[in-house]
Write a protein that binds this ligand. Structure first.
Ligand SMILES: [Mg+2]
Length: 362
């Protein structure tokens, strides 16, 4: 095995407090993410470094410690394709496509560690071949604009933040607090675009079904994960009564979850942090589309490493919520930019085209 990885755990402040219905670490004021630097000894001491990221969300069983614990197993698992990763474009693509299965064979889940390795591998291979991520993964299409997410807070506070985010083509509003409808009415009073609501498992079926007429009247576009992840019965019950699409997030971790969601919800929210990176996210999005789901591509409060990686597969998503790095007070990564139309612009540089700010290096 010639690949080696170094993880750096970063604690980053949030621009605004970010509270969701589920318990959140850092009391909604700061987040923990893990930046990965991947090297291949075969490239020599001055070889390229693949920059990756994994977001350790304890809800999904991931912590910085579990990432460090499983990373050696995952690297060992992909040793058989190391030569392919150093090969031609066609060989590298085949090797990258094989890593998801190889890693899944040694340990299931652990999306954060797998995402860190997968994103760093794509960056490394792109740098070696001198091509950008979109050419590397060969996924044509237009990047959809991202929405902007507002956490739970006092209705007037959320409305104030909505005013500041008025140039985004859609807003995602976290609900499941004590004053959801007051919040949504206050946002609607100051913002004209579509509103997506995300209850993060915090609603009840009776409560949710009673809200649907007003949610529709307020211009809500979709309802994300109203009930606990395993309550597919409740999700199915609500979807049968809702003209608005119900989107599974916590219930839709990997591609294998899609089968049980057929006839349950109309949409699924795919995230690199849950599914394990670029290649598995692409496969899950494509599979979801093939199965007739509407596709949402989301993120955690990540730096622009995962946001750039997500943007590369976003042509497969109808809806994009790729605002993680915009929620940070100070994104430690340079190279990704956003247009006035709120579509991400990947740097015209090899790999993900990103650089870690030297200030965040030890
Ligand atoms: Mg969600």
């Amino acid at each position: 095995m010639t690949l080696s990885i170094r993880f750096r755990t970063l604690e980053l402040g949030l621009r605004d407090p970010f509270v969701i219905a589920r318990a959140t670490h850092g009391e909604g004021r700061r987040i923990t993410t893990v930046i990965a630097e991947l090297r291949d000894d075969a490239d020599g001491p001055d070889g390229p470094v693949g920059l990756g990221e994994g977001y350790p969300d304890s809800y999904y069983g991931d912590t910085p410690e579990t990432m460090r614990a499983v990373a050696p197993l995952l690297l060992e698992a992909i040793a058989s394709v190391e030569a392919g990763l150093r090969g031609s474009l066609a060989e590298a693509r085949a090797a990258l496509a094989a890593t998801e299965g190889l890693m899944a064979d040694v340990v299931s889940h652990h999306g954060a560690a797998k995402c860190a390795i997968d994103t760093a591998l794509h960056d490394l291979v792109g740098k070696r071949l001198g091509i950008g991520i979109r050419e590397l993964i060969d996924l044509p299409g237009v990047l959809p604009p991202t929405d902007f997410t507002l956490g739970i807070d006092e209705p007037a506070v959320v409305a104030g933040r909505a005013t500041r985010a008025a140039d985004f083509p859609a807003l995602k509003i976290k609900v499941g607090g004590s004053s959801d409808m007051e919040t949504l009415r206050a946002v609607r009073a100051v913002y004209g675009g579509p509103i997506r609501v995300d209850a993060n498992t915090g609603w009840t079926p009776e409560g949710a079904v009673a809200l649907i007429p007003e949610l529709q009247a307020l211009g809500v576009e979709l309802i994300e994960q109203p009930f606990p992840a395993r309550r597919l019965d409740q999700l199915r019950w609500l979807q049968a009564r809702s003209p608005l699409p119900i989107v599974a997030d916590e219930s839709a971790v990997t591609s294998e979850d899609l089968d049980s969601l057929v006839g349950v919800v109309h949409g699924v929210n795919v995230k690199l942090a849950k599914v394990g990176g670029i290649a598995p996210a692409r496969r899950m999005l494509q599979r979801a589309l093939d199965m007739g789901f509407r596709t949402f591509l989301g993120c955690m409060e990540e730096t622009s490493v995962v946001i750039a990686a997500s943007a590369a597969v976003s042509p497969l998503a109808e809806w994009a919520d790729l605002d993680g790095c915009l929620l940070l007070a100070d994104d430690p990564v340079r190279g990704l930019s956003i247009g006035a139309d709120k579509r991400w612009r990947l740097a015209d540089a090899p790999g993900l085209g990103l650089e870690l700010d030297p200030a965040f290096r030890p």
